[in-house]
Write a protein that binds this ligand. Structure first.
Ligand code: AMP
Ligand code: GLY
Length: 426
């Protein structure tokens, strides 16, 4: 079968790497892809949000399945677009329809869902311009730090954590009165701060049953020791040592099963990946957020551990036969180190020539922001996050050492990476 994969990050390169290992795949197309994906299939110069162009490509290349990497097209309704178009209605799309993707697309919707279905989460209230004063009064009842969240998608920047009450009120003001995140902050979720350690848990569901994929821990801050600005993610590890059987049993019974049965009760037909952003609070899991997709860079750590044929799993998902599948996972540790451009997550330059990939040994290189220069044919940087290096090892230390050894072999002007991924787990 022919598959079209939408996206251009390290997540999509890792998915592409896994998909091409399946004998069920004839040809892989990636839109728009990056320099890494171009060696595994055909990159199409189409934006993930250009649904008409995606439809044309699906017809032109006889695509039999579409896999959606990032959240934007899902929240914008790409799956619904397929269902509403007779020519492509029968082509399965991996990723939820719009009202199901609202679990990520609206924080207020997600919190209401969690409360309704008794899923442990931080206590909260949602406010808009008309309830601004009540919002300030609610903030007064909370202990610092304060957590403010723009309701809608804000390119991963919509969560603000404020140390003082004054800062929180200023931020609340900026979001609601000054539309800091435009339409996304028309409503603001104010919630209690949870103290604990985060982890990311993933499932694949066909709307009836679900399969738990390997879990991972993501390192979001730009600086070592988890300092500085938030990024898309600077590295990840899988498995997560504290996510032992007893903890994962709680995650499954209190969070995953209640989510799946809640979706059924609410008549929300969810088919695709669900990413549970969790906080481990003294051994009890709390749900911070849902995402309607896989994580990046978590995918770069979890996909190399998954031993199943991914195409077969996804086919079973589209045919609601996922219950027949058994997930098998490589017991080794995977460690991913993300190499980024100087200046990221602020402004950075693109077009820096990448060298050293041919020297890499015993480590997977997943491209993120890279492209092939059309004139020189050299690989160059094309984003903030540039390359993800993933290694497997019998211990977390072994896996990390391999990734770091290889990170030193890669070069591009201004390269930066955190040297302490996994520091809190070893
Ligand atoms: P999000 O954009 O929803 O992934 O949130 C960004 C980050 O904010 C999360 O990964 C957490 O580190 C942090 N965060 C969000 N909500 C809370 C909370 N209630 N308590 C503590 N940290 C939080
Ligand atoms: N790594 C976090 C995310 O993909 O949202």
């Amino acid at each position: 079968m022919n598959i079209l994969l939408l996206g251009s990050g390290g997540r999509e390169h890792a998915l592409a790497w896994k998909l091409v290992q399946s004998h069920l795949l004839s040809h892989l197309y990636i839109a728009p892809g990056n320099a890494g994906t171009s060696s595994l299939g055909t990159n199409l110069d189409i934006s993930v949000n250009d649904f008409q162009a995606i439809k044309s490509a699906v017809l032109k290349y006889n695509i039999n399945m579409v896999i959606v990497g990032p959240e934007d097209p899902l929240v914008a309704g790409i799956h619904d677009f397929f269902l509403a178009n007779p020519g492509i209605r029968s082509i399965p799309v991996i990723g939820p329809v719009r009202n199901a993707a609202m679990l990520e697309g609206s924080k207020d919707f997600a919190k209401k869902f969690m409360i309704l279905h008794r899923i442990p989460t931080a206590k909260y209230m949602t406010f808009d311009l008309s309830t601004f004063e009540q919002g300030v009064a609610y903030l007064k009842t909370l202990q610092p730090p304060y957590v403010l969240k723009a309701d809608g998608l804000a390119a991963g920047k919509g969560v603000i954590i404020c140390k003082t009450f004054g800062e929180a009120v200023d931020e609340f003001n900026a979001m609601l009165l000054n539309a800091r995140f435009a339409e996304a902050s028309r409503k603001v979720v104010v919630e209690e701060f949870l103290h604990g350690t985060e982890l990311s848990v993933f499932i694949l569901t066909d709307g009836i049953s679900y399969k738990i994929l390997p879990e991972a821990k993501d390192y979001k801050k730009i600086g070592e020791g988890d300092t500085g600005l938030n990024t898309g993610g600077m590295g990840s590890v899988s498995p997560v040592p504290f996510a032992d059987r007893s903890f994962m049993d709680k995650v499954e019974s209190r969070i995953i099963q209640r989510t799946i049965s809640g979706l059924k009760t609410d008549n929300i037909d969810y088919r695709g990946f669900i990413f549970f952003g969790l906080m481990n609070v003294h051994g009890d899991p709390y749900l911070i957020e849902y995402n309607c997709r896989l994580g990046d860079p978590e995918t770069e750590s979890i996909i190399p551990r998954l031993q199943n044929d991914l195409v077969k799993l996804l086919l079973a998902t589209t045919q609601q036969r996922l219950g027949d599948e058994t997930i098998t996972v490589d017991p080794r540790y995977a460690a991913t180190v993300m190499m980024v451009s100087a200046g990221y997550p602020g402004s950075y330059e693109k077009g820096k020539i990448l060298t050293g990939e041919a020297l890499i040994t015993d480590t997977l290189v997943f491209h993120s922001g890279t492209r092939i220069n059309s004139e020189t044919r050299q690989t160059e940087t094309n984003g903030g996050r540039v390359l993800a290096l993933t290694s497997l090892g019998n211990s977390l230390h072994d896996a990390l050492s391999k990734s770091y050894e290889n990170a030193d072999k890669i070069d591009f002007e201004g390269k930066y990476f955190r040297r302490d991924i996994g520091f809190d787990l070893e």
